[in-house]
Ligand binder design. Structure first.
Ligand code: EPZ
Length: 456
């Protein structure tokens, strides 16, 4: 085949008709940004509502694509869901009423589960509540294989009959029995699945080497508000005393620590002074420590507000991602974007996921100097980044490209927004509110050569 034969005749077909972000970099940011409810708490609490024999109300739920997908999955199980926007203080936040008093289906549809890994967390509560659960394997994604053996093995230790057939996990248990379960890895999802299953089991369950993330604590608080008896969430050993039933609850979700971290990066990389709230400062201890390490000033204004301010010359540092309270893997790509402009060398080691450096080639396209060897990335600081067309490969990689584009000279065009919209509520509106020059445009709408919005 000659080269000409391999090039599609209609080159327009090369440009997918999906929205992109245009960002004109180097605008200083200023002002305050409101942080939404935590995606990774909202998603697991939605599955937790399956445990209750009557309706739950979840407040401060972010308006995200993933939340909508989870709502579809719960509806497919017969759960009644009502989204009620803008009834919360935080503009755009949703109040969800989830009534799982009657569950009519015990098998979640593959086409929905395959789009949202977090839906697999429904396995535990569905099994505990109904005695039967069939959940398609979520499959891998850009950042790794995402196995679920720890979830399955833990349920088996609780007496469930669990087997995998045709890509579906089948689980049966008349009533789960409490067990002492050691997790080979402090998996967030496995900890959450087993904690929810144990809440309705007979007797006591102890989870050893449990995940300590804030979202695990939020789930334990939510379940305890429903009448569960969970102690030790936030430590590596969680003790759950099973109860016969759980009642509905009205519950407010914690702020999103990764969204907050994302805006800390945006402020730092543009050498701006901005404030963020509501946040829980201790959820960001590792991130703030590393920001101070490179010379960025971060001040806690009050119990729920952080201020980031320009530092002197920013110097590189080394980062290793670890389970909480270590440096969060979800902040790795975002911090790398910042390190590309820090003087000297930095080394990032990604220890949590096996393939979470997909953002490196895209940052290199913007002029970054990064070399990857295995799960290590060596970043040599450069004096500036230059705007370029780039594409996100996963949620946090896409956010990292937005952060880099805010500091780059000239215009960047960022595609792959289907990933970004899974985890960030109105990110361009929030950034524009801080003074960033950013537009979301639909390609082929005649606006490709969008002029930079006037400086405010
Ligand atoms: C949660 O994923 C988060 N997602 C992820 O956030 C986050 O990156 C991750 O925790 C780690 O903090 C949600 O909460 C919806 P894990 P989860 O089980 O539970 C291995 C984002 O960007 N593992 O803690 O799937 C696994 O392969 C997303 O918001 C097993 O080996 O993460 C991985 O290497 C991305 N066997 C490591 O544990 C298992 O049975 C951490 O995974 C389960 C996990």
């Amino acid at each position: 085949m000659t080269l000409s034969q391999s090039i599609p005749k209609d080159t327009a077909s090369l440009v997918e008709d999906k929205p992109v972000l245009h960002i004109w970099g180097r605008s200083p940011l200023k002002g305050h940004v409101s942080i939404s409810g935590a995606k990774n708490s909202a998603l697991v609490l939605m599955t937790g509502a399956l445990l209750a024999s009557d309706a739950c109300i979840l407040r401060n739920v972010p308006a995200l694509a993933d939340i909508g997908s989870m709502g579809q999955i719960l509806s497919a199980l017969g759960v009644k869901i009502n989204f009620d926007s803008n009834t919360d203080a935080t503009a755009g936040a949703k109040t969800l009423t989830i009534d799982a008093s009657t569950i009519t289906q015990t098998e979640a549809p593959y086409e929905l589960v395959s789009q949202l890994r977090a839906s697999f967390f429904a396995l535990g509560p569905l099994l505990a509540r109904t005695g039967v659960a069939k959940m398609p394997l979520p499959g891998g994604c850009a950042i790794g294989a995402r196995p679920v053996a720890l979830h399955v093995r833990g349920l088996q230790q609780m007496g469930a009959d669990v087997y995998i057939e045709h890509g579906v996990v089948h689980a049966y248990a008349k009533r789960l029995k409490g067990a002492r379960i050691y997790l080979d890895y402090p998996s967030v999802g496995a900890t959450e699945t087993l904690m929810m299953a144990a809440a309705l089991a007979e007797g006591e369950t102890i989870l050893e080497n449990a995940a300590q993330e804030p979202e695990v604590i939020d789930l334990a608080n939510f379940c305890n508000a429903m009448g569960a008896k969970i102690q030790g969430a936030g430590t590596n050993s969680i003790v759950i005393e099973g109860v016969p039933r759980l009642h509905g609850v009205d519950y407010n979700i914690i702020p999103d620590r990764i969204e907050a971290g994302t805006f800390l990066m945006a402020g730092a990389i543009t050498q701006s002074e901005i404030t963020l709230s509501p946040v829980v400062p201790e959820h960001l201890t590792a991130v703030i420590a590393k920001l101070k390490d490179i010379g960025v000033r971060v001040v806690q204004e009050d119990h729920q507000t952080l201020r980031v301010m320009p530092g002197a010359v920013l110097r590189g540092t080394d980062i290793e991602t670890l389970p909480y309270p270590g440096f969060p893997t979800d902040m790795q790509a975002l911090f790398m974007a910042l390190l590309t402009l820090c003087e000297g060398n930095s080394v990032i080691t990604e220890t949590v996921f096996e393939n979470r450096l997909g953002h490196v080639p895209e940052l290199i396209r913007m002029g970054a100097d990064i070399r990857v060897k295995g799960n290590h990335a060596v970043i040599c600081g450069v004096p500036f980044l230059s705007g370029a067309p780039v594409s996100g490969t996963d949620l946090r990689a896409s956010a990292a490209l937005v952060v880099a584009a805010l500091a780059a000279e000239g215009q960047s065009t960022i595609s792959g927004l289907q990933y970004l919209d899974r985890g960030y509520e109105n990110i361009e509106a929030k950034l524009r509110g801080l003074g960033a020059r950013i537009e979301r445009v639909q390609p082929n709408s005649g606006s490709m050569l969008v002029e930079a919005p006037s400086l405010v």
